[in-house]
Design a protein around this ligand. Structure first.
Ligand SMILES: Cc1cc2nc3c(=O)[nH]c(=O)nc-3n(C[C@H](O)[C@H](O)[C@H](O)COP(=O)(O)O)c2cc1C
Length: 314
């Protein structure tokens, strides 16, 4: 069965700069989900969201925008905005686990409210022709919460439901709950995508063997930690290209230059790249030492030296 690989959105990481560079140097991803748009009560699309979705910033990529809201008017406003840009689909985030979000009944804090979900989906499907897809956890408190939303979701022509097989309360701790994901498969008519902890070719194969009817897999942190992973999965190999570190180095320099040009001052670029290296370092021979070196680099010159040294040692 041919498989489709999707890049899961990571706010602060997978913006258009990362997506374009990733696609150019590594490939293997069929569709990229953009990190969520959140309006915070004002009907205004922030400049950073606008830049991220502009078609001219995403010419080589297939991108699906995402919204995080519990308000039908906000949803409709964002539908209108993305349709003007030419997008046909909007993904709805019911997965975010952070208390600041979930306490306000958004992200995974909305899964336990099928009535509100129904109201929003009803208005969106009555008042627009947007294609809606969902990205969910299985609940906030319990992995059964999603089972109570499925009868509602089954009433709408959703394109798919991507499920991160955790509950909100876990944040990113503990393991994925594969039994609960299996129950999801058995309790909805919708097409499900699997998401969660695909960090190696072996892990991917394990999930594929466990869920033989799933043919769409979404990858988030694993793809940043090892950007070669999607193409290796697609090519069914565990071999890296011979010039692995040269490719990585060029990718790194590309995103570094772009973030350096976009962010002002030495601290934001340092924090940005440090964020990436928290993941990148995981695929280096000595992750802790690698990340420590990056953290110690306090200015652009020492940062470049640290990167050169790290790459020389591989
Ligand atoms: C820093 C960070 C930012 C994230 N931002 C988003 C987001 O904007 N939208 C979303 O649906 N999920 C977001 N997620 C969740 C991931 O897309 C993904 O569902 C989760 O990390 C599990 O998949 P993984 O194990 O492959 O990373 C974020 C996760 C992290 C760690």
């Amino acid at each position: 069965m041919p498989i489709t690989l999707l890049s899961s959105p990571l706010q602060g990481f997978t913006d258009f700069r990362f997506r374009n560079a990733f696609n150019h140097y590594f490939g293997g991803i069929d569709t990229f989900y953009a990190p969520y748009i959140r309006l915070n009560g004002k009907m205004v699309i922030k400049n950073s969201y606008q830049r991220d979705l502009l078609p001219e910033n995403n010419t080589e990529l297939e991108v699906i925008p995402q919204i995080m809201t519990n308000d039908a008017d906000e949803f409709l406003f964002v539908v209108d905005y993305i349709q003007q840009l030419g997008y046909k689909e909007l993904n709805w985030n019911l997965g975010c686990p952070y208390p600041m979000v979930t306490k306000r009944g958004m992200g995974s804090g909305l899964i336990c409210d099928p009535e509100k979900i129904n109201h929003i989906l009803d208005r969106v499907h009555t008042e627009t022709d947007i294609i809606v897809s969902m990205k969910m956890r299985m609940g906030y408190e319990h992995p059964e919460e999603i089972l109570d939303t499925f009868p509602i979701l089954d009433n709408y022509p959703l394109k798919n439901i991507a499920i991160h097989a955790r509950i909100g309360k876990q944040l990113y701790k503990g393991g994925v709950n594969l039994e609960a994901f299996q129950r999801c498969i058995e309790n909805t008519k919708h097409k499900l995508y699997y998401n969660g902890d695909i960090t190696s070719v072996a892990k991917f194969k394990e999930m594929q063997a466990r869920f033989p009817n799933i043919d769409h897999f979404m990858m988030g942190r694993g793809l940043i930690a090892d950007p070669f992973l999607p193409s290796m999965i697609k090519n069914d190999t565990t071999e890296y290209p011979k010039n692995r570190w040269k490719i990585f180095s060029e990718f790194h320099d590309t995103i570094y230059q772009q973030y350096d040009a976009a962010l002002s001052g030495p601290t934001p670029i340092k924090m940005k790249m440090q964020g990436f290296w928290e993941y990148f370092s995981q695929s280096f021979s000595n992750p802790q030492k690698t990340f420590k070196k990056i953290k110690k680099a306090n200015n652009p010159r020492t940062y470049q030296q640290a990167v050169a040294e790290i790459l020389k040692n591989e």
